[in-house]
Design a protein around this ligand. Structure first.
Ligand code: NAD
Length: 443
């Protein structure tokens, strides 16, 4: 099938590559000329396991192309995906300017009926706005020419995006149009063979499903962090509590890890956006407001431990920091807990020596050259000459380090672990003073 994808970010690029891989003829449109030029040369703008060979092989085979020519893109696709960003507006609500800009472009260049599929995460009611915008800008077609606007939210996880798109848990289609549903069923048939994963519903429910999913996951994290903070005060160990409650199948083990807060491009912005949408319909989303507040507080947790340990004076200290990305297997630094920590350390007069397996370039891009940030080539190099170690991201490479090397490299035998990677009793045996989230030794 002929497909066009507007927006070559995490979602658009992975979706496009996966659709090309199963044989669809895909054109990607982006406004970023450098990104398009690089992709044509095989330079992939993001780190995502398995993505590079998928993009290059499909580009070489001619099934996946990249352009800034929106007119060509609109003409090409019978199915047109909108996968552009929906960043938070000043008040936290989702900014629809990119989505509506694409809708306007589609209207402007559309000369045949299309199915317009919204993959961006957007507030309930956006499909109506997209329909309106396309109608307002239609030049070459009658106003009543059928085009359908379908909501098809994306549930991929950064770090596992290719696999998630190849083997989705569910495919949500929000539409009342039988013909649009039929085309999308055909598009997704290669991903729907094992059992039927397609769930068809009305557009508004589909739009809300995406927010509800992310807000539920964020709620699980903030709930566990709340329990961790209580465990700390009660002298309990949150890791025991986690195993204890996870064994109940109604609760489950997934997504109940305590830590130094959630980040990324989705949870913070989607929780905020749903709070604002709720306000817009006269409803105070109390649970979501608490989820957000608990997360803000949790991102300051590591600095709180550090500051308390040093009696409020960390000026002049050199901190080894392992993990910069908001989670493992990505170079994405958006809303990462490491950023909050580094800002707090710098404000207190400390220096940071950081290492991350993938997010070094991104960190350099965000913070530039500064005297109080040294980006190191290895995790061992980050330890050299540092006073103590802090862990912000649970990369596999940090899970079984050489504790003798850690101890011998640091001036103090001291670890602050924001992801609970190690056993406190073991750390004690190594002679390391160990702070973790919600475990007895922290207080
Ligand atoms: P992104 O910021 O990585 O990429 C967006 C791309 O859209 C950029 O390359 C930008 O240049 C391009 N763009 C902007 N305006 C354009 C226009 N008029 N025409 C063509 N291209 C344009 O964004 P992302 O992370 O891929 O997210 C896209 C959407 O998907 C968001 O709504 C997000 O909430 C949602 N989402 C993201 C994830 C994720 O893990 N990143 C998961 C599920 C859903």
């Amino acid at each position: 099938m002929k497909v066009t994808v507007f927006g070559i970010g995490y979602v658009g690029l992975v979706q496009a590559a996966v659709l090309a891989e199963v044989g669809h003829d895909v054109v990607c449109v982006d406004v970023d000329q450098a990104k398009v030029d690089n992709l044509k040369k095989g330079i992939i703008p993001i780190y995502e396991p398995g993505l590079t060979p998928l993009v290059t092989s499909n580009h070489e085979s001619g099934r996946l192309d990249f352009t800034t020519d929106a007119e060509y893109g609109v003409r090409h696709g019978d199915l047109i995906f909108i996968a552009v960003g929906t960043p938070p507006d000043e008040d936290g609500s989702a900014d629809l300017k990119y989505v509506l800009a694409v809708a306007g472009t589609i209207g402007q260049y559309m000369t045949a009926p299309k199915v317009i599929i919204n993959k961006s995460t957007v507030p309930v009611g956006t499909a109506d706005k997209v329909t309106q915008k396309v109608n307002d800008t239609l030049v070459s077609l009658d106003k009543d020419t059928q085009f359908d606007v379908v909501s098809n939210p994306e549930f991929l996880k950064e770090g596992a995006a290719v696999n998630d798109c190849m083997r989705p848990d569910r495919i949500i289609l929000g539409t009342a149009s039988e013909s649009a549903e039929k085309k999308l069923r055909e598009l997704y048939a290669p991903f729907n063979r094992n059992h039927d994963k397609i769930i068809v519903m009305d557009v508004r429910s589909a739009e809300l499903t995406k927010y509800a999913a992310n807000c539920m996951l964020a709620t699980k994290i903030s709930f566990m962090n709340e329990m961790a903070n209580l465990a700390e005060r009660f002298g309990a160990d949150i890791e025991n509590v986690r195993r204890g409650i996870g064994s109940d199948p109604r609760i489950g083990y997934q997504f109940i890890y305590p830590g130094c807060g959630y980040g990324g491009s989705c949870f913070p912005k989607d929780v905020q956006a749903l709070i604002r949408s709720a306000n817009g319909v006269g409803y105070k989303a109390q649970i979501l407001e608490s989820v957000e507040a608990v997360n803000y507080r949790q991102k300051e947790k590591l600095f709180e431990y550090i500051s308390r340990h040093f009696g409020g004076d960390v000026a002049g200290k050199t901190v080894a920091l392992w993990g910069l990305s908001f989670k493992p297997n990505t170079d994405d630094m958006r809303e990462a807990s490491s950023r909050v920590l580094m800002e707090q350390l710098w404000a207190a007069g400390a220096r940071v020596q950081a290492y991350d397996p993938e997010a070094m370039e991104e960190t350099q891009r965000i913070f530039g050259d500064r005297d109080d940030l040294n980006l190191c080539g290895t995790k061992e190099a980050a330890l050299k000459g540092a006073d103590f170690l802090v862990i912000c991201t649970e990369w596999q490479a940090f899970r079984a380090p050489d504790f003798e090397v850690i101890k011998n490299s640091l001036s103090l035998p001291l670890i602050f672990d924001g992801r609970n990677l190690f056993e406190p009793a073991r750390m004690m045996e190594y002679g390391l003073h160990y702070y973790a989230i919600g475990r007895g030794l922290s207080v």
